[in-house]
Design a protein around this ligand. Structure first.
Ligand code: GLA
Length: 476
């Protein structure tokens, strides 16, 4: 790290607190740079849905400004054919509101009108069947936004979305259509308050979510995730020389879970002193078992060439507002891993929460949780490349009747040794000395399943995944 760096580091630890000591609730969000401040807009699900706005000069210290759009915000039409129902009434529930869903709010400043325009994903609060976009606008960046209605753009479904402003001020809206199968790009009208034209369908049928767009050296980059709900997956990027022209195929970005995050947005950080621009990736680390424990991941994007993008893990990033990203630091890591089943989006876990060593701990699989220490493993390699799989003080072993248990480690015993064998795709089988492998078995109920030891079998890839394959993901 550069010793001359004076600024505070942006640290990837959860939770991120604002200056009042409250957790920052700004998920699926967007940042806008205005008058020396970064304004961060995002989803806030505390109580009823709203869009919260925070601001910062250094991207480290965040000041809560206002809940700029709530389900009680003023509503006023501008164009016909939009629904002004911000929160529908539920006839079956004595006319109470349904608590509409507002996701992925994005805000741009329109130079021509002097107004700030927000686009977002809107649902009725009962289900995800409306799949509409919605618009709100305001004369000040962090004032009270007026809801301008929701609609299906050009009649399309519209879910995960982003906004992008090109150098000439033209704005584009990109959203997931056709039950998330396609990403569709629309050019907005000069006032940003309606769609002028549907201009492009991106990667039809490839089911991309969480789009975010940027431009560097005249080349556009779009990053996105696959579609696995709150569970993280391998991110991807693509590039194009013209927004509405030919886009490259999707190429992997980050690791197999995008470092346990899903893209929210990319912030360009323009160095005033050095005329350089750096780009910061901001992702949501959704917690699938506890939404309120969701946090963020901040990582610098790097560009090996003008058409390549890469995202590496760092623990800390130093951002000098006058120079951009000036330094990064990556620690030695926790040395712990999560073991994700390729078959079922479930994670290997020690099944007993008791710390009493006399109690039998089974091996099971559970839905991802970032706080569940039972899902965090140490892999200790020993003789002949065989490894012990350790969870705290306990080690995976074969118990009676071939059950899989965790017991306190006895160093010399072979029953604790497992062979981790890598496949060509980078997944692993975890094998016992008699050639059988750990297999996610039994019914998967409420995000839980059991694990057994089975002979290796050929799995039909058309069934999706493989219950005998696992992926090791670093705990960060
Ligand atoms: C995906 C989307 C989010 C949200 C969740 C809901 O993660 O990217 O914006 O809609 O699904 O399951």
């Amino acid at each position: 790290m550069d010793v001359n760096v004076k600024c505070e580091a942006l640290v990837n630890i959860a939770p991120l607190m604002d200056r009042n000591g409250d957790p920052v609730h700004a998920h699926g969000g967007h940042m806008l740079c205005k008058d020396g401040y970064y304004y961060w807009f995002g989803e806030n699900r505390r109580d009823r849905r709203k869009v919260s706005c925070y601001r910062s000069m250094d991207l480290v210290n965040w000041e809560w400004r206002k809940d700029v759009l709530t389900l009680d915000s003023p509503v006023k039409t501008i164009y016909h054919r939009t629904s002004l129902e911000l929160e529908p009434r539920d006839a079956e529930n004595r006319g109470f509101g349904t608590g509409a869903v507002i996701e992925r709010p994005k805000v741009l400043y329109n130079e021509l009108t002097g107004r700030f325009v927000m686009w977002m994903h809107w649902e009725n609060g009962r289900d995800y069947s409306d799949a509409r976009c919605a618009i709100a606008d305001c004369g000040t960046v962090d004032g009270e936004y007026v809801f301008r209605g929701s609609f299906n753009p050009v009649g399309n479904m519209s879910r995960d979305c982003t906004l992008f402003q090109d150098d000439d001020g033209t704005a584009y809206f990109v959203s997931a259509a056709r039950e998330n199968a396609d990403l569709i790009m629309y050019r907005l009208s000069p006032d940003y308050l309606s769609i002028e034209e549907q201009v492009k369908t991106l990667w039809p049928g490839q089911a991309r979510e969480a789009p975010a767009l940027m431009k560097r050296h005249g080349v556009y980059f779009l990053i996105s995730s696959a579609c696995t709900g709150w569970l993280p997956n391998q991110g991807a990027y693509a590039w194009a020389e013209q927004l509405t022209g030919r886009w490259s195929p999707l190429m992997p970005l980050g690791d197999i879970t995008t470092y346990d995050s899903q893209p929210a947005f990319i912030v360009p950080i323009a160095g005033k002193d050095n005329n350089q621009c750096s780009y910061l990736y901001v992702g949501d680390r959704w917690d699938p078992t506890d939404y309120y424990a969701s946090s963020y991941v901040f990582l610098p994007l790097s560009f090996p060439s003008d058409r390549e993008m890469s995202l590496d893990w760092v623990d800390r990033t130093w951002i000098d507002p006058c120079k951009g990203i000036v330094a990064v630091e990556c620690g030695t890591g926790s040395g712990l891993f999560r073991m994700k089943s390729v078959g079922m989006e479930l994670y290997l876990a020690s099944g007993n929460h008791s710390i009493d060593p006399d109690e039998v701990h089974n091996l099971e699989v559970r839905t991802l949780s970032y706080t569940d220490k039972q899902q965090q493993w140490r892999v200790d390699y020993g003789r002949d490349g065989a490894a012990r799989l350790r969870n705290g003080e306990m080690t995976v072993a074969i118990g009676s009747e071939n059950s899989l248990i965790l017991v306190p480690t006895l160093d010399q015993e072979d029953q604790f040794l497992w062979l981790l064998t890598e496949t060509e795709e980078g997944s692993l089988t975890i094998g016992s000395r008699d050639g059988r492998v750990l297999t996610v078995a039994g019914e998967k109920r409420n995000g839980w399943g059991c694990v057994s030891l089975e002979p290796k079998h050929l799995h039909d890839p058309r069934l999706g995944g493989d219950p005998q394959l696992f992926q090791l993901i670093s705990v960060r």
